[in-house]
Design a protein around this ligand. Structure first.
Ligand code: COI
Length: 355
């Protein structure tokens, strides 16, 4: 499917926000990409249109049965003004994996990437250039057919919106307090935890709310079956540095295969720092701390990049990690990934796509 992308111009452009106080996901650019699906025409009517509210049927299936998926990636402006994306083909592939799991028709990955490139070029003045900022790209698909029977929808909408953003947490790299969740679970084997469905995030909010009420920044999620093995932290993958070796939970069908997770693993291998994907229990983590071997803990995700953990609480017992300071590997990874993304460091992996 190769279709021309129609461009519908808006009358007036918006005022851009102050690049020093962007926060995360609060502002939206002038335009968005839109494409629709129905059984007769497949994915059709691709267009770049003004970002604005649109009409939906109250019976649209997404409101009732939740067929909704999304992706998150970022565009950066380098020192010489080049615009680049970071490993976007991985997001396109994962979007189709999410489509597959929720019975949403597959998209043409190459075409969507081309559409995102065109949208970002149109909106290049929305790419912020301050420290830790980028243009966050949010592609998402949801079911639109008005129907109340339970089955996959016959109609969908795909949108891509853009949000100039700063650090996900207020202070980019300051270590956070984490709480090991034992009552609620994020995902189950055979469920949807390995793909990016809106429902995963809806299901995580109760535990997150309780954690915040108790003074914690995020949840550390354990496996749903034995409540024993570490899965993710907040909406990120997690890494532990134990006695010089980096350990991360192996992908098991309920953990999201993060793009930043994969980039961290590849960077560590490139640096000859030992890294292992394995099943890791929370008991082992606390035992490593007892032995004085737990050196660093950090989350890895698109929004925050690297988020160090300074304190971990499990079963009423709290441990402090690396004196609540940013660890050496956490800092090195953050500098390397953001340096490659911003074009200030060489990209030996071919991760950046210049547009
Ligand atoms: C990420 O950092 O990769 C995320 O998925 C966070 C996003 C839901 C805001």
């Amino acid at each position: 499917m190769k279709q021309d992308i129609q461009f519908v111009r808006r009358d007036e452009l918006k005022t851009k926000p102050d690049p020093n106080s962007l926060g995360f996901g609060k502002y939206y650019s002038d335009y968005m990409f839109s494409m629709d699906y129905n059984v007769e025409n497949g994915w059709h009517d691709p267009k770049i249109v003004p970002y604005e509210p649109f009409m939906m049927e109250p019976a649209a299936m997404v409101f009732h049965y939740g067929q909704a998926i999304f992706e998150g990636l970022k565009a950066y402006k380098t020192g010489d003004g080049t615009i680049q994306l970071f490993r976007p083909e991985k997001n396109m592939k994962r979007l189709n994996d999410s489509c597959d799991r929720l019975c949403i028709p597959q998209i043409d990955e190459g075409f969507l990437l081309e559409a995102i490139k065109q949208l970002v070029i149109v909106e290049k003045d929305w790419i912020p250039q301050g420290e830790g900022t980028s243009l966050y790209i949010r592609p998402f698909i949801f079911s639109t057919e008005p129907y109340l029977g339970v089955r996959p929808s016959h109609q969908y909408k795909l949108l891509v919106i853009l949000s100039p953003s700063g650090a996900y947490y207020g202070d980019q790299l300051s270590p956070v307090k984490i709480y090991v969740e034992e009552q609620y679970v994020r995902a189950v084997l055979g469920g949807v935890g390995h793909v990016k469905t809106a429902g995963n995030y809806a299901a995580s909010m109760k535990a997150q709310e309780i954690a915040e009420e108790n003074g914690y920044a995020q949840i550390l999620w354990l496996d749903a079956k034995e409540n024993k093995y570490v899965e993710e932290v907040g909406s990120m993958n997690i890494f532990f540095k134990i006695n010089g070796e980096l350990v991360t939970p192996q992908l098991n069908g309920s953990i999201l295969p993060g793009v930043t997770r994969d980039s961290v693993i590849q960077l560590l291998q490139y640096w000859n720092v030992p890294v292992r994907e394995t099943r890791v229990s929370i008991e082992e983590i606390f035992a490593a701390h007892e032995r004085g071997e737990l050196e660093e803990v950090f989350g890895a995700g698109t929004a925050a990049v690297i988020s160090p953990v300074g304190e971990l609480t499990w079963n009423g017992h709290s441990i402090v990690i690396n004196d609540k300071q940013i660890g050496e590997v956490s800092q090195r990874l953050y500098d390397a990934i953001t340096g490659i993304q911003l074009g200030s460091l060489e990209d030996p992996f071919g991760w950046t796509l210049k547009i």
